[in-house]
Design a protein around this ligand. Structure first.
Ligand code: KG4
Ligand code: ZN
Length: 359
C-alpha cells in the first residue's frame, strides 16, 4: 500500500511516499528557513502563504522521485495537529482534496506521534513499550509509548520548549537561525565549562511521585516535577550574559561565541537528561526513542550514548526534523487497523493525541 504523506505544520513544506509503513520511496522537504531567517523565527503568515504556493510542486516532486503517478497512491495523509493553524490547513485541505478527487482514504495524523514513529523506519525490531523523548521548537515531552497511538505523558516543559530556548539564545547573540543547528555547530569548537549556567530547581508541590502512586514507597515525598523540565531560567541566564559582555569589556577571547554555545548547550542537554534518567529509573524502561528537531543535537546523542544499559534510538537526520515520511508511515498503521478520517476533519493548533495523562 502506497501512502502519500504531507507535512506543513510549521516551516517545512514536505511530502513523501511510503510503502507499507516501512519503505520510503521518496521524501521531499522544501524548507522555508531562508525566508524566515531575516525575522529570526517563523512568521506564521509567511509560512502559510508559502505552503499554498509550494504544496502542489512538492507533492509532484515526491511522486516523481518515487516514479509514481497520482493514480498509484492508495491513501493520503496530512499532519492535522499540532502546529501553526494556517500552515496546517494548507496540508490538510490539499490532502482532503487529493483524496476526494481520487476516491482514496484520507488520514489526519498527529505531528508528535509521527515524530515518535520516525525511528521505526530504521529500527525494524523496535517493540513497545519504550520511553519517548519529543524535543522540537514547540514541544518538550517525555512520555511512555505503549503503542503508536497509546502515549502517556510523563513530563513536559513548564515554560519554554528546548528548541525554542536554542532559537532564542541564538537570536539574541546574532548567531543565526534556526538556532539549534547553529549552536550545535559552534559548540563543537567551544569550551563547555567556560560559563556555568544554572540548572532549574523545580518546585515540588502537590502531585504524587510514581512510587507513591504505586503504593510502594515514597514516604510522603511529593515530587511533581520529576520528569518535567524548564528552560526559561537557562535562556534568561544566557541572554543576561550577553548584557554583561556589553556592559564590561572582556579580556581577549572572554566572550567567544563558541564557549557560550557550548556552555548553553551543555546545560540544555543536562536538563533533559536529568528528567529522562528519572523516567528510566522509575519506569524500568531502558529503550528511549528520540524525535523532533532537537533530536539532531550531537551533544545530546553523545551524552545518551554514554549511559550503559540504555538503548537510545535516534532517527537519521533527515527524519529528525519535520518530514512527510513520518506522516505517511504512521498513517499506514491506522489504515492497517481499518481506520481512516472523514473529509470533515479539520486542523487544530493544539496537541490532541496523547490518550492518557498522568495527573
Ligand atoms: O521538529 P522540528 O523540525 O519543528 C518543530 O516541530 O518545531 O524542530 C525544530 C527545532 C528548532 O527549534 C531548531 O532550532 C531545533 O529543532 N534544532 C536543533 C538542532 N537542529 C534543529 N536543536 C539543537 N541541536 C540541533 N542540531
Ligand atoms: Zn516537528
Amino acid at each position: 500500500m502506497k501512502v502519500l504523506g504531507i507535512e506543513t505544520s510549521c516551516d517545512e513544506c514536505a511530502a513523501a511516499v511510503v510503502e507499507d509503513g516501512r519503505t520510503i520511496l521518496s521524501n521531499v522537504i522544501a524548507t522555508q528557513i531562508p525566508f524566515h531567517a531575516a525575522y529570526n523565527g517563523v512568521v506564521p503568515e509567511i509560512a502559510s502563504r508559502m505552503h499554498t504556493e509550494w504544496i502542489d510542486r512538492v507533492v509532484q516532486e515526491a511522486l516523481d522521485k518515487a516514479s509514481l503517478k497520482a493514480a498509484d497512491i492508495d491513501a493520503v495523509a496530512a499532519t492535522a495537529h499540532p502546529g501553526l493553524l494556517g500552515s496546517l490547513l494548507v496540508g490538510v485541505s490539499f490532502a482532503k482534496a487529493f483524496a476526494w478527487a481520487r476516491g482514496i482514504p484520507f488520514l489526519a495524523v498527529d505531528h508528535m506521534l509521527a515524530h515518535l514513529y520516525a525511528p521505526r523506519f530504521v529500527y525494524a525490531d523496535l517493540e513497545y513499550p519504550f520511553l519517548g523523548l519529543l524535543v522540537s521548537g514547540g514541544h518538550t515531552i517525555i512520555c511512555r509509548a505503549d503503542n503508536f497511538d497509546d502515549i502517556t505523558v510523563l513530563g513536559t516543559t513548564i515554560d519554554d520548549a528546548v528548541g525554542e530556548a536554542f532559537d532564542k539564545v541564538s537570536k539574541h547573540y546574532g548567531f543565526g537561525y534556526p538556532g539549534g543547528a547553529v549552536i550545535d555547530k559552534l559548540a563543537k569548537s567551544g569550551n563547555m565549562e567556560a560559563f556555568h549556567f544554572p540548572m532549574p530547581r523545580l518546585q515540588h508541590k502537590g502531585r504524587l511521585c510514581k512510587t507513591e502512586r504505586n503504593g510502594k514507597s515514597g514516604g510522603g515525598q511529593k515530587d511533581e516535577h520529576r520528569y518535567d523540565v524548564s528552560y526559561s531560567g537557562l535562556k534568561t541566564a544566557a541572554v543576561n550574559q550577553l548584557d554583561l559582555f556589553r556592559a564590561a569589556p572582556q579580556p581577549e577571547g572572554g566572550d567567544k561565541p563558541e564557549d557560550i554555545a557550548a556552555s548553553f548547550q551543555k546545560t540544555a542537554v543536562e536538563i533533559l537528561l536529568r528528567a529522562l534518567l528519572n523516567a528510566v529509573e522509575d519506569t524500568g524502561l531502558a529503550t528511549i526513542v528520540a524525535g523532533g528537531g532537537v533530536a539532531a543535537n550531537s551533544y545530546l546523542r553523545e551524552r545518551l550514548a554514554q549511559h550503559r544499559g540504555i538503548r537510545c534510538l535516534f532517527p537519521p537526520l533527515d527524519l529528525c526534523g519535520d518530514n512527510g515520511a513520518m506522516i505517511a508511515g504512521l498513517a499506514y498503521q491506522y489504515l492497517a487497523r481499518g481506520e481512516t478520517s472523514p473529509l470533515t476533519t479539520t486542523a487544530s493548533a493544539r496537541v490532541k493525541s496523547f490518550k492518557r495523562r498522568l495527573t
